[in-house]
Write a protein of this length. Structure first.
Length: 137
């Protein structure tokens, strides 16, 4: 595993942990990883357009399906959300999130990705030295 992949996995774990500590709200049935994707959906759809976000999520799902066969029945809805993922698929959802974050970093860069993340989770980086992905201003 290269350092970029490790940094993306660390970021995904950090966001999942923050989401686990928050109130699940209306998405209580899904895993924390899916809640992270859902929280990112609105700002990313504004940034990339709804079709752009749906394409990004479809690519992340396709990459995740190559790693995790249990994701085969999962589809991207027209709004970019994922269907057929429940609490039993929590680990598979993490794979989707890691690919989504990786694609974001590839296409818009680390700085913009982290700004989008910090808009949703202001406490994601309480100490800049705490993560291999550094907070950018």
């Amino acid at each position: 595993m290269n350092s970029a992949t490790s940094a993306i996995q660390d970021l995904a774990r950090r966001l999942i942990a923050l989401e686990a500590m928050s109130d699940a709200g209306s998405i209580a049935e899904s895993s924390e990883a899916i809640r992270v994707c859902e929280k990112l959906r609105v700002p990313l759809a504004k940034f990339l357009g709804s079709d752009g976000y749906r394409s990004l999520m479809a690519r992340a799902l396709a990459m995740a399906k190559a790693q995790t066969p249990t994701l085969d029945p999962v589809q991207v809805q027209t709004d970019g959300s994922l269907d057929v993922i429940g609490p039993q698929d929590a680990e598979a959802a993490v794979v989707v999130l890691v690919h989504l974050l990786g694609l974001l970093m590839t296409f818009v860069g680390e700085g913009m990705t982290l700004r989008l993340v910090l808009d949703q989770w202001p406490d994601a980086f309480p100490d800049e030295t705490d993560s291999s992905v550094e907070k950018k201003s």
